[in-house]
Write a protein that binds this ligand. Sequence first.
Ligand SMILES: Nc1ncnc2c1ncn2[C@@H]1O[C@H](COP(=O)(O)OP(=O)(O)OP(=O)(O)O)[C@@H](O)[C@H]1O
Ligand SMILES: [Mg+2]
Length: 189
Amino acid sequence: MDKLELRRKVAQARRAIPAEARRSAAAAIRENLLDRPWVQMAGLVACYWSTGDEPDTHGLVFALWKHGATVILPVLREDDDLDWAVYDGPDTLAPGRRGLMEPIDTRRGVEAIRTAALVIAPALAVDRQTGVRLGRGGGSYDRALARVGPNVPTVALLHEGELIDGVPAEPHDRPVRYAALPSGIVAIR
Ligand SMILES: Nc1ncnc2c1ncn2[C@@H]1O[C@H](COP(=O)(O)OP(=O)(O)OP(=O)(O)O)[C@@H](O)[C@H]1O
Ligand SMILES: [Mg+2]
């Protein structure tokens, strides 16, 4: 299956998830993550503000911030690379490119992700053997993850069934080290 086909398949499956199952999935992913010492101890977390059918991160971002972490969220640049800005509570977001909510705070630059102790990334699917993630096709996270050191935990958030075998990979694709699903967190490598 190629990337386009797999994106379509996952998008279709995501649309079919009932609202109640979405809510419980988001809560389970959040609790699974907040249980981990390496999440609790991360002083600077790079996360993202979910949209559409993605596993919801709004509660997670809020909880991390409440817990005292500095949370940076992406600001999508014209070239599809990711700039970063600090989340400072629910009133500090505004719609940006493609309607994505982004922090109104000063942009810290594309290199800001280098300072994160934990990186939480979106994905449509993750390969259970290699950790290669399939995104929405902008290559934004491939660029961002290329700046993250090998010892920093990188986690993709998935709905159940999206940790699979045979995710198509190209040389530029960057893997993640963990997949967070409602059923638990899977360490890939
Ligand atoms: N390091 C990079 N520098 C410049 N362009 C890149 C880089 N990595 C990927 N791209 C571009 O992004 C395009 C889409 O890549 P790909 O299909 O892997 O996206 P994706 O992984 O689904 O998206 P994302 O990373 O945003 O989740 C590639 O064809 C390539 O042109
Ligand atoms: Mg990719």
